[in-house]
Structures are given as structure tokens and as C-alpha cells.
Design a protein around this ligand. Structure first.
Ligand SMILES: *Cc1c(COP(=O)(O)O)cnc(C)c1O
Length: 497
């Protein structure tokens, strides 16, 4: 299988190339030239497979320049019992028509592990295949979860360096602690005075800086990305949509072939896009419910066809979705317009120049056939956590609560009670202060982070993730905080250019 750029100005490349480079040379994102298809029989037969086998079944359709043995090695290392426990991606019944897919049983307690535990393995194999002799430098901009998951995935991986930029005041106490305690010879963690979009823009500029690229080349380095613009991040996410569907059939929640809905808490549009790709491959899905928090640029876009980032940026209780520029939307537009790279390039240029673009009524109607957009404010998010905990004895994190509430809104306006799987993207422990405020008391929410974890355990009985407890005794290893304008300088210093 070959990959094209959404901006249409680069040659076709193989998957190993798409994964090592991250971003296409024309500034676009790599997408498969054509999507493979699975029959209903093939989908349902996944119920007898382990998660690793399901992963290999899907990955092998896209990563055709890897052997099945290689892919099995990657999946085996990524989704091991030590890292993900006995049940890597459990589907839990919460009420009659709703299940929750828990994507956070990996080492950093967020769904990013689903992709970032396997990406380093895919990447090191890709480096060997493409004959890349330079050391790969992974640059990451994070709204909190990607940073830690990428650090955990890449720490001490041979021939790689990883530099993570996070917004100093834009991540939770636990998220920050997770990153600042990260050990590894090849890791750097740097705070920036700004928000996630500033960090992401800075990283994009570094990728596009040709003078810097030449300097890197001379010193034997090449940049790559672990953000969800990298195809190697997206493809492992397609797997769990198939996995969830086959489990829902196996659990008797649905009949084979029945169309279902998915509700997804959305930021950079990577998670939900993987679901849309699964649908293109034959997964029976009616609607994707795209859930935003108060940074509701995506739900507005779905409802109007106008993308407009010129709005106030809010720091919310679901910080991993505090994003105004959703990179992966570009891939959706490419697909929905049936590969119209010229149109996509034009819209992306308008976004860069004016902060807005309008896809028009026809494209908007196509999007509305596939997606329902809704946004959920801070009060509703906390109310949902408390209510579902009281009514259904199910405790969820604020991001999951945003998706849960968006699903309720969909059912209210559509009167459609189709079975829905809500994607749960983080452990409630990762945002214990907000969860305690919602399900416990205001007092609980003021506890020191580690006392908060213990309080939440007393309240819910859920086991505290081991790595999170261990952090209490680990030293802070990274102190650097810079202005977002100084990111280039920081990279040059880190790599001794
Ligand atoms: C990253 C993240 C999201 C958003 O996912 P996207 O792929 O960026 O849309 C939602 N919830 C949590 C907890 C996350 O870490």
C-alpha cells in the first residue's frame, strides 16, 4: 500500500517512509491511497482473537512493507500484559444502550498509549527499511497526555532523541508530574509559557524550517513526529474500533451487522478519524458523535461548515481537548471531498492566513451524514461525572464525561436510541481533583495530588494505577521553562547544534 499527501504535491511513499517522516514535504499529511475493506465475517471473527492478533490483522492491511512477523513483534512488545494488564481494552456495560470502551489501561493511563506504545517499534523498523542513517529526533507538542505517552514509548529507544514541549500552566498536576519525573538518556521535557496551540505551532514551524533541517542533516539528525499527524499514530487507533465492535457482538450487546454509534471526546481529531477510517473499511457504524469542550471549534465546524479558530481559548477541566487547530481534520476533508488535494490546500492556506475557512454546504452536508457535533461546558462535565457515578456506579474522567454527555445530547435531539460506545480516553485518576470535586466533595478536590488519589480510591474502590503511585517518590528531573518564541533555540541547545 502506498501513501499520498493531503496537499497532493509529493510522490507516493511506502508506509515506512510515511512513518519516519511524519509530515509530508508539501506540509500535508500522509493518507493511504486507497482503504482496504473487511467483510462482516472477518470483523466478527476477531472476537476469538487476542488484542495483539486483532492489531496485526488491521496493521498488516496498511503496513504492507512490514512482514506479519515484524508486526507481531511490534504488537507483542507494545500490548504486553506487563504494560496493559490482562485485558488491554475492556468494553464495559454502563446502561441498557451504552457501553464504555476503556482505552487507558496502558502505562500512562491515557488512550495515547494505544498508539505510542507501538509507534517506537514501528519507527525503528521503518528506519532500518528506509536506510535512514541519521538519528531520529522526535519533536512533540503536548496538551498533557501525548507528552508522557511519547516519553514512555521512546525513552532509551536506540537511535532516537525525544524533545517534548508542554504548556506550563495547561496540564493537570498529575500530568505534569508524570512528565517531569521521566528518566531516560534521550529525553528532554521543556515547559513553554503559552497554550497547546502555541506549542503545536512552534513544532510545526521547526518542521518547516529548511535551514534548521540542513543543520540537522550535517550533524546526523532528522526530525520526526509522534503527534497524531504521524500515520504510525493513527493506524493503531483503527484497531480498537474493530475490537470494540467484535466484543459488543460477543457480549450479546448487538447482532452482527447492526449499525452502532461511537461517541468520541475530540481534540486533534485523531481518535475519531480512526473510527471514520474503520467505517470506510466496512465497520457498521451509523454516526460518530464528535464531542468538544468549551473550545468548541470542531462542533461548530460540523454544524456550520465554517472552521473559525479566531475565538477565545479556554482552559478547561478536560485539558487534553483544549485545542483550537485540529490537525487531523485535514485528513477528513481530503476523504470527504474524494481526494480533492487542491481544495484541501486552499482551505489550509486560508486557515493559516486568516484563521478561518468555509467548506460550503455540499461538503458540510456530507460531514453531517457521518458526524454529530456537540459541546459540553465545565458544569455539565462535572455534573455528568457525579450523576453517572451515582446512578450507574461507573466513574469516568472529565474527557470521557464530555463524550458521555454529548451522546445524551444526541439522543435527546435525534430521538435515536441506537446502541452507543463511548470512548473513554483517560483513567479518572489522571484528573483526580476534578473527579473528586464531581463525585466526592469540594474539600476532597483540594487535597494534595497523591492524597487525592488515595481519597478517590476510598470512594470508588478502583485500583490506583501502579506507575502513578510510584511517582510520589520519584525525583523531578526536568526544570526548563521557556517562551514559545525560543523553541528553536532550545532544540539547538538540546542537540548541541
Ligand atoms: C488526546 C486526548 C483526547 C483527544 O484525542 P484526539 O485524538 O486529539 O482528538 C481526548 N482525551 C484524552 C484524555 C486525550 O489524552
Amino acid at each position: 500500500m502506498l501513501f499520498v499527501s493531503t496537499r497532493g504535491k509529493t510522490d507516493l511513499v511506502c508506509s515506512a517512509h510515511a512513518i519516519t517522516r511524519g509530515l509530508a514535504d508539501d506540509g500535508g499529511l500522509f493518507v493511504p491511497q486507497k482503504f482496504p475493506e473487511l467483510s462482516l465475517g472477518e470483523i466478527v471473527s476477531m472476537r476469538s482473537m487476542t488484542y495483539k492478533e486483532r492489531a496485526v490483522a488491521i496493521l498488516s492491511l496498511f503496513l504492507t512493507d512490514y512482514t506479519k512477523e515484524e508486526l507481531f513483534e511490534c504488537a507483542d512488545a507494545a500490548y504486553s500484559q506487563t504494560k496493559f494488564g490482562a485485558e488491554p481494552v475492556p468494553l464495559r456495560k454502563v446502561n441498557e444502550s451504552t457501553d464504555v470502551l476503556e482505552l487507558w489501561h496502558g502505562p500512562t493511563s491515557a488512550f495515547k498509549d494505544m498508539a505510542l506504545q507501538i509507534l517506537p517499534h514501528l519507527l525503528t523498523k521503518a528506519i532500518a527499511k528506509t536506510g535512514e542513517s541519521n538519528k531520529v529526533v522526535i519533536l512533540v507538542a503536548t496538551s498533557g497526555d501525548t507528552g508522557k505517552a511519547a516519553l514512555e514509548g521512546f525513552a532509551n529507544v536506540k537511535d532516537t532523541e525525544i524533545i517534548v514541549f508542554y504548556p506550563e500552566d495547561g496540564v493537570s498536576a498529575i500530568q505534569k508530574r508524570q512528565m517531569l519525573t521521566q528518566a531516560g538518556d534521550n529525553v528532554r521535557v521543556i515547559g513553554i509559557q503559552g497554550n497547546f496551540d502555541d506549542a503545536q505551532r512552534g513544532v510545526k514551524e521547526l518542521f518547516g524550517d529548511t535551514a534548521l533541517e540542513e543543520e540537522l542533516q550535517r550533524k546526523g539528525y532528522v526530525f520526526s513526529s509522534a503527534n497524531s499527524i504521524n500515520w504510525g499514530r493513527l493506524v493503531p487507533q483503527i484497531v480498537y474500533y474493530f475490537s470494540a465492535y467484535s466484543d459488543a457482538v460477543a457480549n450479546g450487546r448487538i447482532k452482527a451487522g447492526e449499525k452502532i454509534n461511537f461517541a468520541v471526546p475530540t481534540g486533534n481529531f485523531g481518535d475519531i478519524l480512526a473510527g471514520y477510517y474503520a467505517k470506510l473499511m466496512g465497520l457498521p457504524v451509523a454516526k460518530f458523535i464528535c464531542a468538544s469542550n468549551s473550545n468548541n471549534v470542531l462542533s461548530d465546524f460540523i454544524n456550520t461548515g465554517i472552521y473559525d479558530r479566531r475565538r477565545e481559548f479556554y482552559k478547561t477541566v478536560s485539558p487534553s481537548m483544549d485545542i483550537l487547530v485540529s490537525s487531523n481534520l485535514e485528513r477528513l476533508l481530503y476523504s470527504i471531498t474524494e481526494d480533492d488535494a487542491a481544495k484541501v490546500s486552499e482551505w489550509m492556506q486560508q486557515l493559516a492566513a486568516n484563521g478561518t475557512y468555509n467548506v460550503g454546504e455540499k461538503v458540510n452536508n456530507r460531514i453531517l451524514e457521518e458526524f454529530f457535533g456537540a459541546w459540553v461546558d465545565e458544569l455539565e462535565t462535572k455534573e455528568t461525572i457525579g450523576r453517572v457515578f451515582n446512578d450507574n456506579e461507573y466513574l469516568m474522567d472529565p474527557h470521557t464525561a464530555v463524550a458521555w454527555r454529548a451522546c445524551e445530547k444526541y439522543r435527546l435531539v435525534s430521538s435515536d436510541d441506537t446502541y452507543c460506545i463511548v470512548l473513554s480516553t483517560a483513567s479518572p485518576y489522571k484528573f483526580s481533583d476534578v473527579v473528586l470535586e464531581a463525585a466526592g466533595s469540594e474539600e476532597d478536590a483540594k487535597l494534595e495530588p497523591f492524597d487525592g488519589l488515595r481519597k478517590l480510591h476510598a470512594l470508588s474502590g478502583l485500583p490506583i494505577p501502579e506507575p502513578m503511585l510510584a511517582m510520589e517518590k520519584m525525583p523531578i528531573l526536568h526544570q526548563e521553562v521557556i517562551e514559545s518564541a525560543d523553541m528553536k533555540k532550545a532544540v539547538e541547545t538540546a542537540l548541541k547544534l
